[in-house]
Design a protein. Structure first.
Length: 121
């Protein structure tokens, strides 16, 4: 069986590295990106089964990317998990079109469980 591919975008390289490690330990193919401006092109080339995106990134924020993805016929069906330490992160993520939201810092078990559930569609 092919591994499910997950694309993680956060401007914090430490979060990206940790998420990649956790996901790879749980039999996912994990691809990291720290530059939100490159994310859309990475989605086009990588064809992920799930996108995990930080809401608050410089230049192009996660909610801006989410709105663009969810309005694009080619990408709107890709599930997106938004992550953020912001108090209003859940509301912003849902309004932008996220399928799920997890607060940072997150528990590894919760993170992996959510990823499994989201790619099982």
């Amino acid at each position: 069986m092919d591994k499910k591919k997950i694309l993680i975008c956060d401007d914090d390289a430490g979060i990206v590295d940790m998420a990649q490690l956790i996901l790879e330990m749980n039999d996912f193919e994990a691809i990291g990106e720290t530059n939100s401006l490159k994310l859309y092109d990475r989605i086009k080339t990588e064809h992920p089964d799930l996108i995990i995106i930080d809401l608050w990134m410089p230049v192009l924020s996660g909610d801006q990317i989410l709105k663009r993805l969810k309005s694009d016929e080619h990408f709107k069906s890709i599930p997106v998990m938004a992550i953020s330490a912001s108090n209003d992160g859940y509301q912003i993520a849902m309004q932008a079109g996220a399928n799920r939201f997890i607060s940072k810092p997150f528990e590894m078990d919760e993170f992996v469980k959510a990823a499994h559930e989201m790619v099982a569609h």
